[in-house]
Ligand binder design. Structure first.
Ligand code: UDP
Length: 242
């Protein structure tokens, strides 16, 4: 069942359920894509109806960020919890290693996806990494061809929002892949360029604070978070919630 939070309809799944569903989609015959909106992405969608449509058209819409979970609570449509994109990706990697599914890594600065692939091979020796491409291309057609030629089942698309969601919806079907997952800065984490918050911070829902301390340039982006919750409160009043 999906729950609508400020215009975006989220799947109300646990991490395990989301991973299982992702693996099914990856093994299925069609094409679908996964989006992991945080409050910043939901805000972008509220200003751009076509982008909102792209998010709602995803095969899986996962709440990446404690802000979305709080907003859901304020709106009286609580979600089971956060499903961070990076955790979903980790689960999917394990499933792909088991099933022999083929993975392509797209995005980040030149060299990062290759380094990410090297590091992933150490953790998942049986994983089939069938190709990489950086995220700073001008023309999408050769990238589509490269993915097609690689016979990828799954593509991690790490171009940042909203570019990655728009790219998956527009070009995904032509690549022949079965599943694309929009994952922001995840390749930088795999490559070892950006560190993820320690588990204790993650459990407390403070991953955003950890990232802020290490990348203070994110402050402008994050300052909008409290406003998102204020908007959720206003929306909840409009809907007649206590
Ligand atoms: N990026 C890219 N192509 C672009 C713009 C960005 O490949 O045209 C990459 C960028 O190098 C980074 C990722 O997209 O690896 C976005 O990271 P960010 O931390 O902004 O994403 P978040 O995880 O916050 O969504």
């Amino acid at each position: 069942m999906r729950k609508e939070i400020m215009g975006v309809s989220f799947d109300d799944l646990t991490l395990e359920e989301a991973i299982r569903r992702g693996a099914e989609l990856a093994a299925g015959p069609g094409f679908s894509y996964v989006v992991t909106p945080n409050p910043e992405i939901v805000n972008l969608a509220r200003q751009a109806p076509d982008y909102e449509e792209i998010l709602n058209g995803a095969g899986l819409v996962l709440p990446d960020g404690i802000g979305v979970v709080y907003a859901a609570k304020l709106l009286g449509r609580p979600l089971q919890g956060r499903v961070p994109g990076i955790d979903f990706a980790a689960g999917l990697l394990a499933k792909l290693e088991e099933s022999g599914g083929r993975l392509f890594l797209l995005g980040a600065k030149p060299g990062v996806a290759e380094q990410a692939a090297e590091n992933l091979k150490k953790i998942h020796p049986k994983l089939i990494l069938c190709g990489t491409n950086d995220g700073y291309f001008q023309d999408s057609a050769p990238v589509v061809e490269k993915i097609k030629a690689s016979n990828a089942d799954v593509v991690f698309v790490c171009l940042g929002a909203p570019k990655q969601e728009r790219w998956m919806a527009q070009y995904g079907p032509a690549t022949g892949a079965h599943l694309m997952v929009g994952l922001g800065g995840v390749l930088d984490v795999y490559a070892g360029n950006v560190k993820r918050a320690p588990a204790a911070w993650q459990k407390l829902g403070l991953e955003w604070l950890y990232r802020l301390v290490h990348q203070p340039s994110r402050l402008g982006r994050m300052a909008k978070l409290p406003l998102f919750l204020v908007d959720a409160m206003k929306e909840s009043r409009r809907e007649g919630k206590p």
